[in-house]
Design a protein around this ligand. Structure first.
Ligand code: SF4
Length: 225
């Protein structure tokens, strides 16, 4: 459920844009930057990244794409081989099967290309709203999507922008709260802030540049200064 649109949203986004300038990029943005926006590698990287730390995702992508970097090449690998390449990402067995089946469908249904259409992306195995939104934003430079992962969900609630129980609810609520020109930036800004400052446990509120715009909903303990 959305609360009221916050007049401070734009201020927060502008401050975060400056605040994250010297911070390391999240794994998928880094993959996109290093691979010049390769939609296929962004898609597979995002599938692997679920509930997995960024360094683990990045290393798994390097190993996998070092062996095979196209849907055709990966679809020819065995599930066991992919499992070994992506281990220790979480749910690596499950993800290996989704990666193979997605690659097969990309070859058979889309001529080996990643569709630049949100609804078509959702038809691929293992691709949910988070992955489809991120591919649209990062690989296809769409400004019509907001990608919500666990960091965005947590911080949007702490800030008081939304009052929601799930990332999907948060995504729906944020479209009403965040001005459209900032939609595509929400993920990069809040994920980077969530990895460095507004961490799940012991957020660094004392050194947070948006503290005066944050209601700190649900924060009971913060990191010592
Ligand atoms: S003030 Fe604390 S809870 Fe609010 S965004 Fe900053 S680190 Fe997160």
């Amino acid at each position: 459920m959305a609360t009221r649109p916050s007049a401070g949203v734009v201020t927060v986004m502008r401050r975060l844009a400056k605040g994250i300038a010297r911070m390391e990029l999240p794994a998928i943005e880094k993959i996109s930057e290093e691979r010049t926006g390769d939609a296929f590698q962004v898609l597979i990287g995002t599938m692997l990244s679920a509930q997995t730390r960024d360094p683990v995702t990045a290393a798994a992508c390097t190993r996998l794409f070092g062996v095979a970097r196209t849907p055709t090449a990966i679809s020819k690998l065995s599930a066991k081989r992919i499992e070994a390449l992506i281990y220790p990402v979480s749910f690596y067995r499950h993800k290996a099967r989704h990666v193979i089946e997605t690659c097969r469908q990309l070859v058979e249904r889309f001529g080996g290309r990643v569709p630049g259409d949100f609804d078509e992306l959702l038809t691929l195995p293992g691709v949910g709203r988070k992955t489809a939104n991120l591919v649209m934003i990062v690989a296809y430079r769409s400004d019509r999507h907001i990608c919500v992962d666990t960091h965005v969900h947590r911080i949007a609630n702490r800030l008081g922008w939304v009052r929601t129980r799930t990332p999907d609810e948060t995504e729906a609520a944020l479209y009403a709260v965040v001005p459209k020109r900032w939609w595509a930036a929400v993920n990069l800004h809040l994920v980077t802030w969530g990895q460095n400052v507004c961490r799940p446990v012991f957020p660094r509120c004392g050194s947070c540049v948006i503290r005066d715009h944050c209601r700190r909903v649900g924060v009971v303990r913060e990191a010592r200064a």
